[in-house]
Design a protein around this ligand. Structure first.
Ligand SMILES: [Zn+2]
Ligand SMILES: [Zn+2]
Ligand SMILES: [Zn+2]
Ligand SMILES: [Zn+2]
Length: 166
C-alpha cells in the first residue's frame, strides 16, 4: 500500500469511530495534504483543490481539517503570523520550527535533549502536557547574507502571501 493510501485508510477508520463517512472530497483532501510536506493555510489548501478542479466548499475544507487535527494526523502550528498553518504528522516525527521573519522560510528541527528537558519541567510543575510547538523567529542564513533585516523581531514580513511555507 502506498503511504498516502495508508493515511486515507487511517482517516477512514477514525471517521467511522465518529460515525462519519469518508467522502470523495475528504479523500482528495487527505491525498493532497499527505502527498507533499509543507506548512499550509486552510485557504491555500482550498485554492490548491480548486486548481485541481476538485469541487469542495470552504466549510468542508475547514471541517475536514478540524477532524484531521482531532485524529492526530495533522497539526496546527503558529509560524509568526496571526493565523494557523497546518502540517501533516508522519509517524512519530515530532519537530519544532525555526522561522525566518524576512522570507517566511521554515526550518524543522528535533532535539531530544530539549524535549527531555521540557518533559522534566512539566513533571516538576506537576503539569500534564498535551501539545507544544516551540518556535524561534529570526533570520535564515541566505537572508542574512543578503543583508535582510526583519520588519519586526516577532512576526513574519507579509510578503510571502503567494508562496507556500515549506
Ligand atoms: Zn500564513
Ligand atoms: Zn518539541
Ligand atoms: Zn529567510
Ligand atoms: Zn513543520
Amino acid at each position: 500500500m502506498v503511504a498516502v493510501d495508508r493515511e486515507i485508510t487511517k482517516f477512514q477508520n477514525f471517521l467511522q469511530q465518529q460515525g462519519l463517512k469518508l467522502t470523495g472530497e475528504r479523500t482528495a483532501l487527505v491525498r493532497e495534504i499527505f502527498s507533499t510536506h509543507y506548512h499550509f493555510e486552510a485557504d491555500e489548501l482550498l485554492f490548491k483543490m480548486k486548481e485541481k478542479n476538485v469541487k469542495i466548499s470552504r466549510a468542508t475544507v475547514y471541517r475536514t481539517l478540524e477532524l484531521l487535527v482531532k485524529s492526530g494526523m495533522v497539526r496546527r502550528v503558529h509560524l509568526g503570523e496571526d493565523h494557523y498553518h497546518y502540517e501533516h504528522v508522519s509517524g512519530n516525527s515530532h519537530h519544532d520550527h525555526l522561522i525566518c521573519t524576512t522570507c517566511g522560510g521554515v526550518i524543522e528541527f528535533h532535539d531530544e535533549v530539549l524535549e527531555q528537558r521540557q518533559r522534566e519541567i512539566c513533571e516538576r510543575k506537576k503539569f500534564t502536557p498535551t501539545f507544544h510547538n516551540l518556535q524561534i523567529l529570526g533570520v535564515c542564513d541566505p537572508c542574512r547574507r543578503k543583508g535582510e533585516t526583519p520588519d519586526a523581531p516577532d512576526r513574519v514580513r507579509m510578503i510571502h502571501q503567494t508562496k507556500l511555507r515549506k
